[in-house]
Design a protein around this ligand. Structure first.
Ligand code: FES
Length: 170
């Protein structure tokens, strides 16, 4: 390579075969010129593949795979709270503290989680098992107060049921 020549490195290899197959299923739902419509799904898929968070390289890989400028992918990844840009614990507990949950006792739930896990909102336990995250309304106000772990919602929480749920996790 000549001096001053920039080497373009592909990051596509970071996306596993299984993830590619899943992303392709999403791409197929849209017209060929609208691959970008699959960007949210693609980010979720590679995040799951990468223990729950998106590295810069993985975001670049998604941009490459969907043939988008990287900035388009960065904008999506930084806008939505479901994407993590740093490593998270094995179990990410997303606690809703929005109005309905607040009125129904989310403060008590957060305080209980703080005490039990020894971490504050936005932190991860030292053993890497739990991350505690504050989120906006998850659309489950009817069961307030609630939190989400993986793809499961847990509602009508009390300190007792919180303990039962956490005790049941691996
Ligand atoms: S306010 Fe908590 S789910 Fe809506």
């Amino acid at each position: 390579m000549m001096a001053g020549q920039k080497k373009t490195q592909t990051k596509l290899g970071l996306i596993s075969e299984a993830s590619r197959a899943e992303i392709d299923r999403w791409i197929a739902k849209y017209p060929p010129e609208q691959k970008r419509s699959a960007v949210m799904a693609a980010l979720r898929i590679v995040q799951d593949q990468n223990k729950g968070y998106l590295s810069n390289d993985l975001q670049d890989a998604v941009a490459e795979y969907l043939q988008l400028p990287p900035i388009v992918v960065y904008e999506v990844a930084t806008f939505y709270s479901m994407y993590e840009l740093e490593a998270v614990g094995k179990h990410k507990i997303c606690v809703c503290t929005n109005i309905s949950c607040m009125l129904r006792g989310s403060d008590e739930i957060v305080a209980h989680l703080n005490k039990r896990l020894g971490i504050k909102l936005g932190e991860t336990t030292k053993d890497g098992r739990f991350t505690l995250k504050e989120v906006e309304c998850l659309g489950a106000c009817v069961e307030a107060p609630m939190f989400q772990i993986a793809d499961k919602y847990h509602g009508n929480l009390t300190p007792k049921t919180v303990d039962e749920i956490l005790d049941g996790l691996d």
